[in-house]
Write a protein that binds this ligand. Structure first.
Ligand SMILES: [Zn+2]
Length: 214
């Protein structure tokens, strides 16, 4: 198997403080629920199409029952063979179990994430882009409860968040953050110098450059 972590930075983060005490048990319960509810989104292997380059040839990379990840034979992207039209959007994000799961895992660890994850992310993007803080105008796509935006706000860095999960938009607003629940395609061309999409589904993250809103 390829070493997919080659060339990636390993950050110094304490996973126990980023997650709930029973994280693994909770994760398995949530996964069972999602697999059952969205089983129809799993495509036939013959319908595989790479999310990055559109190539139709991929080999099985990892499997959990009928849920499989495929590695593209052309660009080597590993992606799930699912139809996002049947597993995504409000149906998934506003699912009561997702709200419960996100509240316990992300909202409850807001303080630690803001203190540890956010500075790491800012330092990393400054290193990668070479921008000064004053040059940053950032759009955080899928900003969750907004701990990264909150950190940027403290540092007086211009930013806006997009979040489709309604209760998370509420959390952001409670913290007085600049957030909208609209789609990325509604943003104006050339409005931002940096775009972040932490932990977003590959399909969504990969669509970002196509929108050309940098
Ligand atoms: Zn590909």
């Amino acid at each position: 198997m390829r070493n997919i972590f080659k060339n990636y930075r390993i950050f110094d983060i304490d996973p126990k403080r980023s997650r709930s005490k029973d994280f693994y048990k909770n994760m398995l319960e949530y996964r069972t629920h999602v697999m059952k509810r969205f089983a129809s989104a799993i495509k036939n292997p013959s319908k595989f199409s790479c999310l990055l380059c559109g190539n139709k040839k991929g080999k099985e990379f990892l499997a959990l029952g009928k849920y499989k990840l495929y590695e593209c034979s052309r660009c080597a992207l590993v992606s799930p063979n699912i139809d996002f039209a049947h597993a995504g959007g409000h149906e998934m994000y506003d699912d009561p179990k997702n709200i419960k799961d996100t509240t316990r895992e992300i909202v409850a660890t807001y303080g630690y994430r803001k203190k540890v994850h956010a500075p790491e992310r800012l330092a990393y993007l400054i290193e990668k882009t070479g921008l000064k803080k004053s040059q940053i105008k950032l759009l955080d796509v899928g900003c969750g409860p907004g701990y990264f935006l909150s950190y940027l706000k403290d540092k007086k860095i211009k930013s806006k968040g997009l979040e489709l999960t309604e209760f998370l938009v509420g959390v952001c607003r409670k913290y007085g953050l600049n957030v909208a629940s609209t789609e990325l395609s509604k943003e104006k061309l050339g409005s931002y110098s940096v775009l972040t999409a932490h932990g977003q589904p590959a399909e969504y993250a990969l669509s970002l450059p196509a929108h050309g809103i940098f």
